[in-house]
Ligand binder design. Structure first.
Ligand code: ADP
Ligand code: MG
Length: 303
């Protein structure tokens, strides 16, 4: 399942992220445009390299329309680089969409926010619970006990607007298909030196328990998703501070600087509040949130 060399034609670099350079490429056999991310592994020890490969194998099995499709990976042993090939999303990311509304001094339409929320929940749900819906209740119970969650559960760990991709341009009324990228990669890279030195982003979306050095759980992703939804409504992250320590304190207290604008419904405000809850055992799960949305939608259609 590895790709040989020479299968891809290199196009322009589209950015530099936490893991290294990101390029557009063409997969020659299928004439498909894809994205190639490079990860330098020279400094990683054997265990870290194995974890990275294990993570790639899990990612290549994730098939859900709201998750950026991971195609394959490939080593350049001479340069000590791992290349990850994935679906190319050409219409930008949520960070840019939020910036657009902010610049125009306009609210993001409530319908757009619900659509993005529902699609991201579908992506997380698939990863948090696995493919087997029948096992759902047991897994759900196990998720409630903080120390154990089922094997093969994928936690995103780096949910932020920049990792949410759009597939249609923002000018139409419907936001179209939304896809979550960079699943699980943060885990394989968290110990790596490269990650530590290039990951300069402010942890606006990091959950209080993770800031307190407790392990990530699926509920940590829910916190981050809550922060993203809040940001879509207010056009700024929920917790802002002048420095890291102040940010950490704000997040741990979990007190939001401002309420959502009156422009948005109480329903949306209450769903955001059920996600930004400091105690993870009191926080809504993706399962509960999807149920909540389903109930709201069916109530609306009965009216
Ligand atoms: P970040 O740490 O900001 O998430 P990434 O390495 O994920 O950085 O991405 C770097 C740049 O490449 C960003 O501008 C991002 O929007 C873009 N990018 C990443 N993945 C994709 C993709 N699958 N399709 C299109 N653009 C992408
Ligand atoms: Mg990214």
């Amino acid at each position: 399942d590895r790709d040989g060399q020479g299968q891809y034609e290199l196009l322009e670099e589209i950015g530099r992220g936490s893991f290294g350079s990101v390029r557009k490429v063409v997969h020659i056999p299928t004439r498909t445009v894809m994205v190639r991310k490079e990860i330098k592994y020279g400094h990683m020890n054997q265990k870290e390299r194995q974890q990275l490969i294990a993570e790639c194998k899990i990612l290549s099995q994730l098939n859900q329309e709201n998750i950026v499709k991971f195609h394959s990976w490939d080593f350049d042993e001479q340069r000590q680089v791992l290349y990850l090939y994935m679906e190319y999303c050409s219409k930008g990311d949520l960070q840019k969409l939020i910036a657009h509304y902010k610049q125009e001094h306009k609210y993001m339409p409530e319908q757009t926010i619900w659509s993005i929320l529902a699609q991201l929940l579908m992506a997380l749900y698939r990863c948090h619970y696995g493919e087997d819906a029948a096992a759902l209740v047991t897994i759900y119970d196990r998720m409630r006990s903080p120390s154990s969650h089922p094997r093969n559960v994928v936690i995103h760990r780096d949910l932020k607007p920049g990792n949410v991709f759009l597939t249609s341009s923002g000018d139409s009324t419907s936001v179209g298909l939304v896809k979550l990228g960079d699943f699980g990669l943060a885990k394989a890279l968290e110990n790596s030196i490269q990650f530590a030195t290039t990951y300069v982003g402010t942890p606006y979306y990091m959950s209080p328990e993770v800031l307190m050095d407790q392990p990530y759980s699926p509920l940590s992703d829910v916190w981050s998703l809550g922060c993203i939804v809040y940001e879509m409504c207010t056009l700024r992250p929920p917790f802002q501070a002048k420095n890291y320590v102040e940010l950490q304190n704000k997040i741990k207290r979990g007190k939001l600087d401002t309420e959502l604008p009156d422009y948005y419904s109480n329903g949306l405000a209450s769903i955001v509040k059920s996600m930004i809850v400091t105690d993870p055992t009191q926080r809504a799960s993706t399962f509960e949130l999807l149920q909540d949305i389903q109930v709201r939608t069916s109530r609306k259609s009965l009216q």
